[in-house]
Design a protein around this ligand. Sequence first.
Ligand code: ZN
Length: 277
Amino acid sequence: MKLAIDIGGTWLRYETVGEEELCGKLPSREHDLLDFIGSMIRKHPQIDAVAVSFAGQVHDGTILSAPNITVSTPEIRDTVESRFGVRLLIENDLNSAALAESLYWEAPFLCALYSGSGLGAGIVEGGELLHGFRSLAGEIGHVPYRRAPFRCGCGKSNCLELYASGSGLAKWMEYEHCAEPVDLEALRQSSDPACRRIADDYLEALLHAAATLLTLCNPSHLILGGGVIRANDWVVDELRCRIGDYALAASLAGVRIELTRLEEASLEGAKLLLDKM
Ligand SMILES: [Zn+2]
């Protein structure tokens, strides 16, 4: 039996594959990753492999940084393998999501661009994930853009994520004293021009992110997802209409820009990682 886990800032989701099929969703703040894996292995000693999709930067079995998750044991792969004798593979959650999207869309050249609390991307090139030297490829949210009057979780103050993410929207709303709910549609429809500008800036930054991925990676599919976009699917049409002003024209030929159709792409991706073990 194998265990797939997706851990983000809010939820830890899991699913087992094999003789018993279990699944669940727990608040991630109340469950340490290592403790959770340990308790699952003790309850189900037939678990012999674990794959984790992780909302943070990971490299070679080690968690490098996790802006929204408390991590007790960064060396998670070696610890699980030595303590429980169980193999573990850990991957950035956007990379896992991109793997799942690539399979769903049958697209070996695909970028997934998700705008939720953060802004991230996963890049599939010839059917394989693009990792980079220390598995940090695809960090589109921290590509330099415009100077903002506050800092990103990474420490810089000019990241795309400061404009095109849920956390960015919240920061701008606090800065501009916007009274609207933290919702892109509410901002767009607001009678307050400062609120409407935050929504316009969100779209502008998202277009920059999308065009950067299309121009740099030349995928056949750009798949949009994440909480902000899923709650505002009109963003997808807006991007399709305006992307021509942002991306290299040649790199747009034949490209499909679509909203994700997967409910839990990064958990699906973790299950795909199990197949690689
Ligand atoms: Zn940043």
